[in-house]
Design a protein around this ligand. Structure first.
Ligand code: KIV
Ligand code: ZN
Length: 512
């Protein structure tokens, strides 16, 4: 058994399955580059067979990433596996991750297959995958609720066929740490060829125990790979959070005795990038990456930390990248400095036109805001008007009037498929009036299920970052908009959500 813990990041696949968290190809590429800087061992880039868009994302990431293994999910059938292999063809190091459900409930009700059929399909899937690639991961979906003896037979068979990693997910977040740890341990003991594969854990957070369960899977069960996501992003209550698992293993190396290859100074930048890109705001008291994670408010604590920081701090803020939140550019910065910062942030703008558009936006922002932070730059390049991809709805300008005792009124100019339109409306407040002014022209019929405002860099001078979540015909999308004026940010977020609703991309659900 090795003393290295493999960190497998699935932000771009399982994280993206979170309702509203879908990302564009450029956004995924940017996050993949940040994950490479973070030095994660494996990046699960997507589910290539689920849509052409996902295929292109996995392919682009496979071509761009040099240091981490790039992986694609695939169901346990030849078509999915061949599609994954094709998308990963140009990867420096590629991995096919094939899965099938093994719990009685999933096999009977979802797959409508007998256990023997599932066993046979697992065997054939891994055999087929192994002919296309060396690095093969097999996941037993809903593994923790499976019959352990049946699961052991499946694991033995797929290891014999050449699976190199065996993952036992707690798909529905039902596990309790000690029981999950024991389950993995007993399972490994029951599989005669268990030493031929690396064992992996993949825990969902429905009862808030994903990190604790993963740690038990490692400590008690002997797993040497943990599957996790930045900020714990993922379906329902999310996945095991990368920052928590990594810092737990590092901070308590005395107990776990394991090494992780992660560059922890890249954790906070990764967290901010994922939250800005998806619009999933990090709660202030979130471990490691929350805004309060290293803040000391009470006098006794402040006094203690000033005398000796380890009185109340078990990790150093700078070790997880908090100091990276520095002012990078200002009004006088030129194009070269701007381009260089984009490069350092892993942002690749495809054409000179896109760089020019981003730089113009940067200058415009610098006129209104004296200090420009990395988060501002990331928000700015996420803005649809910067990317070459022409969006269906585009913001042009907004005028609104509000005064105590008066009904707020807004007038917005925007484009629909390149045609300029003007919407007018009253509303309960300036934001309400502005969004109603958009709807007066679009008539989407979408229901707003979430609206939130966040100050990007913490004070009133900062840009407001607005997230709007819309639901329409069973689809849920998040739109994000940033601007020093939060009414404008709201209008941009609303248009961005409408653009996502407009895009036709339909996917096959990974757990479908
Ligand atoms: O939670 C789960 O079971 C999964 C598998 C597809 C690996 O995400
Ligand atoms: Zn999962």
């Amino acid at each position: 058994m090795t003393d290295k813990l493999i960190i497998f990041d699935t932000t771009l696949r399982d994280g993206e399955q979170s309702p509203g968290a879908s990302m564009t190809r450029d956004e995924k590429l940017r996050i993949a580059r940040q994950l490479e800087r973070l030095k994660v061992d494996v990046i699960e880039a997507g589910f290539a067979a689920s849509s052409n868009g996902d295929f292109e994302c996995v392919q682009a990431i496979a071509r761009a990433i040099k240091d981490s293994t790039v992986c694609s999910l695939s169901r346990a059938n030849d078509r999915d596996i061949a599609r994954a292999a094709e998308a990963l063809k140009d990867a420096q190091r590629g991995r096919i991750h094939t899965f099938i459900a093994t719990s009685p409930l999933h096999m009977e009700k979802k797959l409508r297959m007998t256990p023997e059929e599932v066993l046979e399909q697992s065997r054939l899937a891994v055999r087929f995958a192994r002919n296309l690639m060396e690095d093969i991961e097999f996941s037993a979906e809903d593994g923790y609720r499976s019959d352990i003896d049946f699961l052991a037979r499946v694991c033995e068979v797929v290891i014999n066929e050449g699976a190199t990693t065996i993952n036992i997910p707690d798909t529905v977040g039902y596990a309790i740490p000690e029981l999950y740890g024991q389950f993995i341990k007993t399972l490994r003991e029951k599989v005669p060829n268990s030493d031929k594969a690396i064992w992996s854990v993949h825990c969902h957070n429905d009862l808030g125990m994903a990190v604790a369960n993963s740690l038990a899977g490692v400590k008690i069960g002997g797993a040497r790979q943990v599957e996790c996501t930045i900020n714990g992003l993922g379906e329902r209550a999310g996945n095991c959070s990368l920052e928590e698992i990594v810092m737990a293993v590092k901070t308590r190396r005395d107990y776990f005795g394991l090494d992780v290859g992660i560059d922890t100074s890249q954790i906070v930048p990764a967290s901010k990038m994922v939250s800005t890109t998806t619009g999933f705001v990090v709660q202030p008291n979130k471990a490691v990456v929350g805004a309060n994670a290293f803040a000391h408010a009470s006098g006794i604590h402040q006094d203690g930390v000033l005398k000796a920081r380890d009185t109340y701090e078990i990790m150093r803020a700078e070790d997880v990248g908090w100091s990276a939140n520095k002012i990078v550019l200002g009004k006088l910065s030129g194009r070269t400095a701007f381009k260089q910062r984009l490069q350092e942030l892993g942002v690749v703008l495809e054409s000179e036109g896109e760089i020019m558009a981003a730089f113009a936006k940067f200058k415009d922002l610098a006129d209104r805001k004296s200090e420009i932070f990395d988060e501002d730059i990331l928000a700015l390049v996420s803005d649809e008007s910067v990317t070459a991809e022409k969006e269906h709805y585009g913001f042009i300008s907004l005028a609104q009037r509000s005064e105590t005792g008066e009904m707020p009124h807004a007038e917005i100019v925007f484009t629909i498929g390149g045609r300029e339109v003007r919407g007018l409306s009253d509303g309960n407040g300036p934001v309400d009036a502005s969004l109603k002014a958009i709807e007066s022209q679009v008539k989407s019929g979408a229901e707003m299920v979430l609206y939130s405002v966040n100050a990007i860099s913490g004070n009133t001078e900062s840009q407001g970052e607005v997230t709007v979540r819309l639901q329409n015909s069973g689809r849920i999308v998040n739109g994000v908009g940033a601007d020093p004026d939060i009414v404008v940010a709201s209008a941009k977020a609303y248009l961005s959500a409408l653009n996502k609703l407009q895009s036709k991309a339909e996917r096959v659900a990974a757990q479908g």
